[in-house]
Structure formats: structure tokens, C-alpha cells
Write a protein that binds this ligand. Structure first.
Ligand code: PLP
Length: 387
């Protein structure tokens, strides 16, 4: 075990303590934030919000972007916009950050957990198809109905895990056949592409996160991306208390939210979007270095971007095949004791107590295996600058 810890530590460039993903700010970031303070434009009415949205839209190639206070509420609003209402079921992969499943509950729905694939850790499209064929039927309005619960399965949330695009084309094809709306959770994958399309192009709405540990951070923040103008306008309304534009009257025609991203945060988003290409290049340098280093270890597999895709390599990860849970825990504790704050994948959603009663597939063999096998490595952009 000690030898294993040493061998991993040697492959990480940079001095401990090192965390999974740490931000680094430059002079421009300070100047943009100072500009908000100087002008008094700190809340969401400021100009940086619009500029940040323009950056996101032009970089991803999606027509519309609406910035929000975080990714979780962006997911919630996206689900509501595509029609998720009380009692609906929404398909969510069992491997994801808990926000994907929480947002379904926030939107009034129930998460329904799906097995993932070893290829990209995202939803397994083949198993999804076979499962839906078996457990659902289409009612006379074309809704996908869960035979057991009699609830409408309204939508699916494919997640691009650790930055690697999931098999989104196959998943979307299955989803469309069962009349499911698609909300892509692209929270971890700004800068990831499937052939030439940025992730987010395949669903009805996609969601980004700019939390402190993401590739680009606004402290807290998120965004909805869509090509659908109607969805975009709904997103703006729902995130700004559904206030009717008027010279002086306060009139709201719906119970909505205060979810817009403040200008202060958007300013940080603008300065970083101006260097997004550099950030992504450095991520690839770091990933390549890890891949080369681990290629010499026979029982360790570096988690490479799936063929035909380009990952932002948000978090680099390795799989140590056949590792027992106790070994994995020793390894993680040993790495952390040395200041290398490696992490496993999230505890699978089907094992979390608050989701005990949620519908789910029968078998989570791959999910459970990845939960045991995968170690996420320090992946901050600045590590690429260390030899
Ligand atoms: C970070 C993240 C979110 C939520 O983002 P917040 O901005 O932290 O609310 C949602 N889904 C996934 C997969 C994430 O990694």
C-alpha cells in the first residue's frame, strides 16, 4: 500500500497540500470585480451578466444562455421549463453529484436511477433502452408511463461526468423514442465537445456550473443553455420573480424565483471566458502528463476521453481494477495524509438514504464497481505549469 501511495504521489506535479480543483485568479479578474464595486453595479442588473451570457453562447454555439446563482437552481428551472411537475419521474444516472438528483425533487419530481457505462461513467444507453421497454408503456397522449408507479416519466438528465462527454447521441435517441425531455447536466463539462458540437447541443436545455471547484468559477454560479427561444425567455422570467417589465409598476404573474447571477460574480466569469482557451489547453497538458505517467502501471487505467469526443478533463481520474473497498479507503486516507486530496466518485445516488424510496433499475454493478475503483486526482489548471 505504501508503495502504491508513493507511486501515485510521484505522478502529481506540484507541492502539497493539493486539492481536486483550485481556482487561481489574475489581475483581470480583480479589475473586473473592482469595476463593479466602483460603479455600484453589483446585482444582476449589471452589464457583466449580459456579457458573460454572450461569451457562453458564442463559445458553446448555443443560441441562448441565462446565468443563475448556481448550477443546482439552473437544473431545477430547466426541469420545470421542460414540463416536470409534481409526481413526475425523471431519469438520473446513479453516478453523479447529488445536485442532479436534488434538483429533480426541487422541481417537484422523483428521481429514478439508471445504471452507467464503463466507457464514460454516464448513462448506459443500451441498458436504458432495454429497461424502458420492459418497465414503461406509452399512454394515449404519448406519455411514457412507469408500469409499476403509474407516474409519467417526463424527462432524463444525462450527466457528462468529470468533464468527459457521455454517449449523449445514443441516450438522446432512446429518450426521443420514449418521448422524454432531455436536460443535459453539463455542470462539469464547459469546453467539452462531441465531434464539433459543444455538450449541451443534444438536449432541450443544458446546464453549466461555475462553483468554486469547477474549471471556470464565479464563486457560485450556473447557467442554462438552449437553442429554444421560448425556453430561454421562460428561464429569464422564472429566475427574476416573473416581474412584468414596466416603467414603475411592480407586477408579477406567477410565483417565481430570485435566481439570477449577480454582476459581481458575472464579472469573474467574463475575465475567465477571455482566457478559456488557455485554461483548456493547460488541462490537456496535465491530462496527457497523467496518462503518460500511468501508462507504465499495469493494473491502473487512466480514464481517457471517449473516442470521438474532446473532454475538458475537469477531473483526471484513474481506475485501479479489482481494488477492495477497504484497500481503496486506505489508499485515499494515505494520499490525504500526505496532502494529496484525492477523492473517490460520489456515493451512488441509489445508496443515499433520502432517495431510498425512489424507483431504480434492478442492477447497479457498473456504478458500484466504479464507486470502488475510481480515484480522482488533483487537477487544478496551475498544475500544468509545474514540471
Ligand atoms: C457542480 C455540479 C452541479 C451543481 O452545481 P452547483 O453550481 O454547485 O449548484 C450539478 N451537477 C453536477 C454533475 C455537478 O458536478
Amino acid at each position: 500500500m505504501l508503495r502504491r501511495i508513493e507511486s501515485i504521489v510521484k505522478k502529481v506535479s506540484g507541492q502539497p497540500p493539493l486539492y481536486l480543483h483550485e481556482p487561481r485568479f489574475l489581475k483581470d479578474d480583480e479589475l473586473y470585480v473592482q469595476d463593479c464595486l466602483r460603479t455600484g453595479w453589483v446585482s444582476y442588473a449589471g452589464e457583466y451578466v449580459k456579457k458573460f451570457e454572450e461569451h457562453l453562447s458564442s463559445f458553446t454555439g448555443l443560441n441562448y444562455a441565462a446565468a443563475t446563482v448556481n448550477g443546482t437552481v439552473a437544473l431545477q428551472v430547466a426541469l420545470q421549463i421542460v414540463g416536470v411537475t409534481a409526481g413526475d419521474e425523471v431519469l438520473v444516472p446513479s453516478i453523479t453529484f447529488v445536485a442532479s438528483a436534488n434538483a429533480v425533487v426541487h422541481a417537484g419530481g422523483t428521481s429514478h436511477f439508471i445504471e452507467v457505462s464503463e466507457r464514460d461513467f454516464g448513462i448506459d444507453a443500451l441498458k436504458l433502452d432495454e429497461y424502458l421497454q420492459r418497465i414503461s408503456y406509452s399512454d394515449d397522449q404519448g406519455h411514457c408511463i412507469n408500469k409499476k408507479t403509474k407516474k409519467i416519466i417526463r424527462a432524463i438528465v444525462p450527466v457528462h461526468i468529470l468533464g468527459h462527454p457521455c454517449s449523449i447521441e445514443d441516450i438522446s435517441n432512446v429518450a426521443r423514442r420514449y418521448n422524454l425531455k432531455i436536460v443535459e447536466d453539463a455542470a462539469e463539462s464547459l469546453g467539452s465537445f462531441v465531434s464539433h458540437d459543444h455538450v449541451g447541443h443534444f438536449g432541450d436545455i443544458a446546464v453549466l456550473s461555475f462553483n468554486g471547484n469547477k474549471l471556470l468559477t464565479t464563486g457560485g454560479g450556473g447557467a442554462l443553455l438552449t437553442n429554444n427561444k421560448d425556453y430561454f425567455e421562460k428561464a429569464l422570467r422564472l429566475t427574476t420573480t416573473a416581474k412584468k417589465p414596466h416603467a414603475y409598476e411592480f407586477f408579477h404573474d406567477e410565483v417565481a424565483y430570485n435566481y439570477r447571477l449577480p454582476n459581481l460574480n458575472a464579472a469573474l466569469g467574463c475575465s475567465q471566458m477571455e482566457r478559456i482557451h488557455t485554461l483548456l489547453e493547460k488541462k490537456r497538458v496535465l491530462a496527457q502528463r497523467y496518462e503518460d505517467a500511468f501508462s507504465k502501471e499495469s493494473d491502473i487505467a487512466f480514464h481517457n476521453e471517449p473516442p470521438g469526443t474532446k473532454s475538458n478533463y475537469w477531473l483526471n481520474s484513474i481506475r485501479i481494477k479489482g481494488m477492495a473497498m477497504s484497500e481503496r479507503n486506505h489508499l485515499l486516507q494515505g494520499l490525504i495524509d500526505k496532502g494529496f486530496h484525492c477523492r473517490p466518485l460520489w456515493t451512488p445516488m441509489h445508496l443515499l438514504p433520502m432517495f431510498n424510496a425512489c424507483p431504480r433499475m434492478e442492477d447497479f454493478f457498473v456504478t458500484d464497481t466504479l464507486h470502488r475503483d475510481v480515484i480522482c486526482l488533483p487537477s487544478s489548471v496551475f498544475l500544468a505549469d509545474h514540471a
